[in-house]
Design a protein around this ligand. Sequence first.
Ligand SMILES: C[C@@](CO)(OP(=O)(O)O)[C@H](O)COP(=O)(O)OP(=O)(O)OC[C@H]1O[C@@H](n2ccc(N)nc2=O)[C@H](O)[C@@H]1O
Ligand SMILES: Nc1ncnc2c1ncn2[C@@H]1O[C@H](COP(=O)(O)OP(=O)(O)O)[C@@H](O)[C@H]1O
Length: 277
Amino acid sequence: MTVEAFAPAKINLTLHVTGRRADGYHLLDSLVVFADAGDRLICAPAEGLSLMVTGPRAGGVPTDGRNLVLQAAALFDGPGVAITLEKNLPAAAGIGGGSSDAAATLRALAALLRRPLPAAEAVLALGADVPVCLCPRPVRMRGVGEVISAAPEMPRMGLVLVNPGVEVPTPVVFGALAEKTNPPMPDLPGWNTAADLAGWLKVQRNDLESPARLHAPVIGDVLEALAATPGCLLARMSGSGATCFGIYGTQAAAQNAAQRLHGRWWVQACAPYSEAG
Ligand SMILES: C[C@@](CO)(OP(=O)(O)O)[C@H](O)COP(=O)(O)OP(=O)(O)OC[C@H]1O[C@@H](n2ccc(N)nc2=O)[C@H](O)[C@@H]1O
Ligand SMILES: Nc1ncnc2c1ncn2[C@@H]1O[C@H](COP(=O)(O)OP(=O)(O)O)[C@@H](O)[C@H]1O
C-alpha cells in the first residue's frame, strides 16, 4: 500500500505577537488559513526509513536528518518507509513548508502504519507551526502555536502568493522585533465576502512585517507590486516572511494578477484549502 498526503501552504492572514515566554518563544495570535498549493508526500512500505526530495523547489532542501519529514517519521520509532517529498513551495518562506511537510508525514504514517498520531508535545517539539498544520483548515492559533480553535469559514476568494527568493530565517525576524507585547486580535466576526474579510484584516496586523523588511527590503517591493494588481483587496506578508499574499474577490482576478506578476519572483495563484474531518 502507498499513502499520499498533501502538505498545503500555510498563510498567516494576521500575526499578532502578544508576548514572550521565559524560554524566549513568542506568544502569538494568528488567523491561519491554508492554500490549495503545496508539497506532496508519497509513503511506501520499505526495509528501512529513507527520503528522496524531488520537484521544482527541491534545491537546497536537506535530505538528511535535518529534514522535518525524517524528524516527524522518527516519532514512529524506526518505521520501514520510503518517503518521496515533492517540493513545490519555497523553503524558509513564512508559509510553513517544512512544518506542513512534517504534519503531512505524521498523517500519512499514522494511516500507513495504522498507528495513532504522536503525542501533542512531541508534535509541538518538531516546530511551533506543526500542530496547526495537522488539520489544515481556517483556525485561530494562539500560545506559541499549540492553542488552536476553529475560525469562521472563509468567504469565496482568490489568493496570490509571491516569494522574492530571499530566505528569511524565523529566529532572525523574531529577534529583530522591537516590541514583543502587542494587542491580540478582537473576536473573529465571520465574513460573507472577500471584501468583508479584507476590510477586517486591514485593521489587524502582521507584527513581523517590519522586522522582516529590515532583513529583506525586497518585501516592500513585493507588497507594492501585489497591491498594484487589479482587484487586490489586501496585500500582506505571511509568517516571518518573505512570502506575501494578495486577496482577490474571485479566482479569475487572482489568476490575472499572478500572470502580471510572473517573471522575477515565485508566484502562485491559489484558493483557500480546508481538509474535512
Ligand atoms: C512565525 C511562524 C508563524 O506561523 O511561521 P513561519 O514564518 O515559520 O512560517 C511560526 O510561529 C514559526 O513556526 P516554526 O517555524 O515551526 O518555529 P520553530 O521551528 O519552532 O522555531 C524557530 C524559531 O522561531 C522562533 N519562534 C518560533 C515560534 C514562536 N512562537 N516564537 C518564536 O520565538 C524561535 O526563535 C525559534 O527558535
Ligand atoms: N521538508 C522541508 N522543507 C523545507 N525546508 C525544510 C524541510 N525540513 C527542514 N527544512 C529546513 O527548515 C528551514 C525552514 O523552512 P520552512 O519550514 O519552509 O520555513 P518557515 O519556517 O519560514 O515556514 C529551511 O531553511 C530548511 O533548511
